[in-house]
Design a protein around this ligand. Structure first.
Ligand code: TYD
Ligand code: MG
Length: 453
């Protein structure tokens, strides 16, 4: 009996028995592609001393205590990894094409090599000469780093077996192809097979691997989504192409906290670390302008201040526009609804644009209040009091909910020269760092007080 073909969604990795226009699992359109069945060779099986045998947890922790981490010396990268690279772990670095993944990883590879880690950089996209030229341009020409330009998985595994590096960087997983799979490089089947073989090989030999993956908004090429489940750590490299800021964000980490960020700046000589992101994100801020609010946020373990900008204008269209950059569009709609329902401030007939300055993507609900005040300030054409930061979550009832780490937020704001803060009321009194702190239990009271509505 012929084997039935396999179909897989390139957005979420769900498997289907037949093709359809829309994936039932994630709802994406036009993402289901046919995939040749995976032929599993002996190399694709996870081997190990303890294969198929149970162990007492106490034995395990004694025998296999976590090995020390290796720090690259790039502070921003080490923090996102959870304090350094864990030997034998698998890391996926995803991001849009051209955002700077190869640059980051070449710099990281050179730093790890200088820190004493045997390191090989395998490029499937550029010739060795090109990589060498880039390294020279980054001032890393003398780093004790090995290069290979290779796309055949079998050859790469042979190279790794011969060279026994401590760290292998594969740039990118989409260019790798395995001859055991009968489809084109970049297809979901190839990406999955290549990632699986590399990760199992690396685990077996105690090699740390970093896989680079391109993501496209349309999900046309096989995204690295299917690979996310196979690795220990998933980092996303994000930023706006027109901005020089780049943010490396941990979205999954088996060896450290998720949601940690590292901030970099793309310069003519590669990526430079940004030790104080708040100063950077607020750098280009003009003095109190209507629609601009400074949000005191927390990203991972650090407080980060950023500017939230809103523009509200009468719409020429039948359907007013709601556009949001750096902040979830659904959450924007929710805040507009709360302002309408709980504070009687209508936005009907008005276009609303929201932007987080500097290319940062804010995900914290504690930014709700800053977003609401930016919208109001833009709508009323009235600037907020000068040198004021804002934070707090808004519930659907219009009540304000205290945010976590309030004191850390205030401390960072005070450090950057802010003298006042607007925040939710909370039971525990806060150390205000000498700032004028105004606290409110609900949005309606706050709006009445600030805008006299
Ligand atoms: P790259 O690392 O090739 O991106 P990716 O691997 O994610 O596709 O970086 C591409 C961009 O970075 C390119 O547009 C040029 C810019 N760049 C600099 O601005 N400075 C530099 O020193 C380097 C190496 C690149
Ligand atoms: Mg690249």
């Amino acid at each position: 009996m012929p084997k039935s073909p396999d179909f897989v969604c390139s957005a979420c990795g769900a498997r289907h028995t037949k093709w359809s226009g829309r994936c039932d699992a994630c709802g994406a359109w036009n993402t289901i592609v046919e995939e040749a069945p995976l032929t599993t060779g002996p190399g694709a099986r996870a081997l190990g001393a303890a294969r198929g045998r149970g162990m007492a947890l106490s034995d395990l922790s004694r025998a296999e205590a976590p090995p020390p981490r290796t720090r690259s010396g790039l502070e921003e990268l080490d923090r996102v990894l959870g304090g350094g690279l864990v030997p034998g772990s698998a890391v996926l670095v995803g991001g849009d094409p051209g955002i700077g993944k190869s640059t980051l990883l070449l710099q990281a590879a050179a730093s790890f090599a200088q820190a004493g880690l045997g390191c090989i950089y395998v490029s499937g996209e550029e010739a060795s000469a090109q990589v060498r030229m880039r390294a020279a341009r980054l001032g890393l020409g003398a780093a004790p780093l090995r290069l290979a330009a290779e796309t055949n998985l079998r050859d790469i595994l042979t190279t790794l077996e011969a060279e026994k590096p401590a760290l292998a960087i594969i740039d990118s997983i989409q260019t790798m192809w395995s001859d055991s799979v009968d489809s084109a490089p970049g297809s979901v089947a190839q990406v999955r097979a290549a990632a699986h073989e590399l990760v199992t090989f690396a685990k077996r030999h105690g090699i740390a691997v970093v896989l680079v993956g391109h993501v496209t908004k349309e999900g046309q090429i096989a995204g690295p989504r299917v690979v996310e489940h196979m690795v220990d750590t998933v980092l996303y490299f994000e930023g706006e192409r027109g901005h020089q800021f780049r943010i490396l964000r941990a979205v999954k980490n088996r060896f450290g906290p998720a949601d940690e960020i590292g901030v970099f700046e793309m310069t003519g000589a590669g990526l430079a670390e940004v030790a104080n992101p708040s100063a950077l994100f607020l750098g280009e801020r003009e003095n109190p302008a209507p629609g601009s609010v400074v949000f005191a946020g927390i990203e991972g373990s650090r407080p980060v201040l950023c500017e939230i900008q809103a523009l509200v204008a009468p719409t020429p269209h039948a359907q007013p526009r709601r556009q949001s950059v750096g902040w979830d569009g659904g959450r924007l709609a929710m805040i507009l609804a709360v302002l309408e329902a709980r504070c009687a401030i209508p936005f009907a007939g008005l276009d609303v644009y929201l932007n987080v300055a500097g290319g940062l993507r804010v995900r914290e609900p504690a930014a709700d209040l800053a977003v609401a005040l930016a919208l109001l300030s833009a709508r009323e054409d009235t600037a907020l009091p000068a040198e004021t930061v804002v934070f707090g979550e808004i519930s659907l009832s219009g009540a304000l909910r205290p945010a976590s780490q309030a004191e850390n937020r205030l401390k960072e704001a005070a450090k950057l020269g802010f003298s006042a803060a607007i925040a939710p009321a909370q039971a525990k009194p806060l150390a205000t760092e000498g700032m004028g702190l105004r606290q409110y239990p609900d949005l309606a009271g706050l709006v009445g007080d600030l805008f006299g509505a």
